[in-house]
Design a protein. Structure first.
Length: 379
């Protein structure tokens, strides 16, 4: 069973659903698309309660679980993962020395700045993408973050339901250095983790939190797959998840691996997870729904020294009209596998690029990270 919800679903996902005949919840958003195997609300809820696997393309679909399965074990597990403070409490036995503190929005301005353990991260207890996330290194950063929380973040929060972003409570947590990675995985019917995607999420600076570029490679899988899988096994010993997909973010600093957050019932959002289709020839959701293991040797055959990148083309103004010069894109970026433009005024995104970089060229990665999106737009 798949639940489609705003703000975005890719044509690749829709084509997979049509071809496979996978059950799709009938709702206002999914009815915008034809050729799908629709299931009415009550029948869908009964099927999931009876054990049918469930995948949601968006955080916005979580409200359907809470409304239709509010007393179920699944709803409790989703709530447990979605709340960052609760997830920190779950992981406390694995990370006993990790600092975190949950506070109400109304308490933020009253916190004694002299007692704050700089550097740290401030973010909503329930959040999505990088909305409301602040790296706070000193007092000036703190006051700037508080001002932003009570101004621009409140505007962003209003674009999502409370199940996705809830600015009523915030979490202060220890800043973890090192590099950020994101993992798509699912827990099978025995609770064993199966990793589908591993992405490196590079940033321009220590304070940068933008979702600008993700990349994957065979070297990345070889280095981290077993380590991430070991963590997932350990944490699931505390959560007891079965037949549940997750997208989880980590920070890695030397031998230290720390989870940043876990997002339930889906893989990477905004179609990042579909970078997998360019490598494996199957949709990642098909892997989950069929309970398949990934043949990692097959996945990387012929691409052992390549990077595969997902580039987010960000808007500086979500209401801005645009027209991309596709020739400029192909002329300025090598090996563009796919261009996906998004015409949605509610998103601060023009679209996405899927790019293959030969010979592990890190200079090309850095160039993509610093890409001036405006240079690709028609004058």
């Amino acid at each position: 069973m798949v639940v489609l919800e705003r703000p975005f679903v890719s044509d690749v996902m829709l084509n997979f659903l049509r071809k496979s005949g996978t059950s799709v919840l009938k709702n206002k958003f999914s009815e915008c698309f034809d050729g799908l195997n629709f299931v009415e609300n009550d029948l869908a809820a009964d099927a999931v309660k009876a054990g049918e696997k469930l995948y949601t393309v968006s955080e916005n679909a979580l409200s359907w679980i809470y409304e239709n399965m509010k007393d179920s074990e699944l709803a409790k597990q989703v709530s447990m993962m979605k709340n960052k403070a609760e997830f920190r409490r779950i992981c406390a036995s694995l990370y006993p020395d990790f600092f975190f503190k949950e506070v109400a929005l109304s308490e933020l301005k009253g916190l004694d700045v002299e007692c704050l353990p700089f550097p740290f991260v401030l973010k909503p207890s329930v959040g999505f993408l990088s909305a409301g996330v602040y790296v706070v290194e000193n007092k000036a950063d703190w006051f700037s973050a508080i001002d932003d929380v009570f101004s621009s973040f409140r505007e962003v929060e209003g674009s999502f339901p409370d199940e996705v972003i809830d600015g009523g409570r915030f979490i202060l947590e220890e800043y973890v250095g090192g590099e950020e990675y994101a993992v798509d995985a699912y827990f099978d019917d025995c609770g064993k983790p199966v990793i589908v995607n591993i992405f490196h999420h590079p940033f321009l600076s220590g304070k940068d939190v933008a979702d600008r570029l993700y990349l994957t490679s065979k070297a990345l899988f070889d280095k981290y797959r077993e380590r991430f899988c070991s963590f997932l096994s350990d944490v699931n010993g505390l959560m007891g998840l079965k037949n549940v997909p997750v997208h989880i973010e980590f920070r890695v600093d030397g031998d230290r691996i720390v989870p940043i957050e876990i997002n339930p019932m889906r893989f990477a959002g905004m179609c990042l997870n579909e970078l997998f289709t360019h490598l494996y020839g199957k949709h990642p959701v098909e892997i989950f729904l069929n309970g398949e293991n990934v043949d990692y040797e097959k996945m990387w055959k012929g691409n052992e020294s390549s990077f595969f990148c997902f580039v987010v083309l960000e808007k500086d103004d979500k209401n801005r009209a645009f027209s991309f010069d596709l020739k400029k894109i192909s002329d300025s970026i090598k090996n563009v596998l796919e261009i996906r433009l998004v015409d949605n005024p509610n998103l601060n995104i023009f679209g996405f690029l899927f790019v293959k970089i030969e010979n592990a060229d890190t200079e090309e990665v850095d160039r993509l990270l610093r890409l001036d999106v405006n240079s690709l737009i028609d004058a």
